[in-house]
Write a protein that binds this ligand. Structure first.
Ligand code: COA
Length: 217
């Protein structure tokens, strides 16, 4: 009988210790979420960081020329998220005339797995879209795999609508949705107003990129 009681006390002590450790880990997680720093593309030293993230998370292969095409021509539209010096997310975009409209285009968006679900992608995309709006874009587009639930939910929340389905758009044979956001978007306006002031394809190999955004399976 005594042994059983002792065991129970020991078990309770262990459980309480576990609980404390869990609380500590949760607090650390909260803290780290608030420590995310967002910066716009700042030069060649950012390129390997962007490439590393995109290469590991998106299914389409890009050459260094593709990355340079975007970041050299529209550095103000690419953003990186850092946590304690580590790059944990990035967005790469462009803008220009397209069939008589001035249009923004989101080419790549990635947040590494341990940092997902904390609003980092939303913040990155919102920053790019804000610069697009300020630059006179009338709309923003992108493509996402029809199976990419996370990206479709994220863009849906920001007010993007499905404009087209593109048959076997990606090299892996998956269809894409072309998503479109028309300005002014009331949903986005409220996201934008929550932000503080900003800090500031389908193509392969060496060709000039057109548009794309697909996830690794
Ligand atoms: C898609 C991706 C960029 C989302 O990054 P994230 O930082 O986790 O996104 P956020 O935290 O800003 O998510 C905002 C909202 O999008 C939706 N969302 C994001 N990921 C989701 C998922 N896996 N499933 C369902 N909804 C999701 C949710 O509504 C979420 O809001 P909530 O957390 O309040 O519910 C990230 O999962 C990723 O890098 N995936 C691999 C690359 C990729 O698919 N890129 C997009 C190509 S088009």
């Amino acid at each position: 009988m005594e042994t059983t009681e002792k065991k129970t006390e020991e078990e309770e002590r262990k459980e309480s210790e576990k609980e404390k450790e869990k609380e500590k880990a949760e607090k650390e997680e909260e803290l780290s979420a608030s420590e995310i720093e967002y910066v716009s593309y700042g030069g060649e030293h950012h390129l390997p960081l962007i490439m590393g993230l995109v290469d590991s998370e998106l299914s389409e292969p890009y050459s260094i020329f593709t990355y340079r095409y975007f970041v050299y021509l529209w550095p103000q539209l690419s953003f990186l998220a850092f946590h304690r010096g580590k790059c944990v997310g990035t967005v790469v975009c462009k803008m220009g005339e397209h069939r008589n409209t001035f249009r923004g285009y989101i080419a790549m968006l990635v947040v590494i797995k341990p940092y997902r679900g904390r609003g980092i992608a939303t913040e990155l995309v919102t920053r790019s879209i804000r610069v697009m709006m300020e630059s006179g874009c009338e709309e923003v587009t992108l493509e996402a795999e029809v199976t990419n639930k996370g990206a479709l939910a994220l863009y849906g929340r920001l007010g993007f609508v499905r404009a087209k389905r593109l048959f076997r758009y990606y090299l892996n044979g998956v269809d894409a949705f072309r998503l479109k956001l028309l300005f002014p978007s009331p949903v986005l306006q409220s996201s934008l107003s929550m932000l503080t002031d900003s800090d500031s394809g389908h193509w392969h190999n060496d060709h000039i990129p057109i548009e794309e955004c697909s996830e690794v399976h």
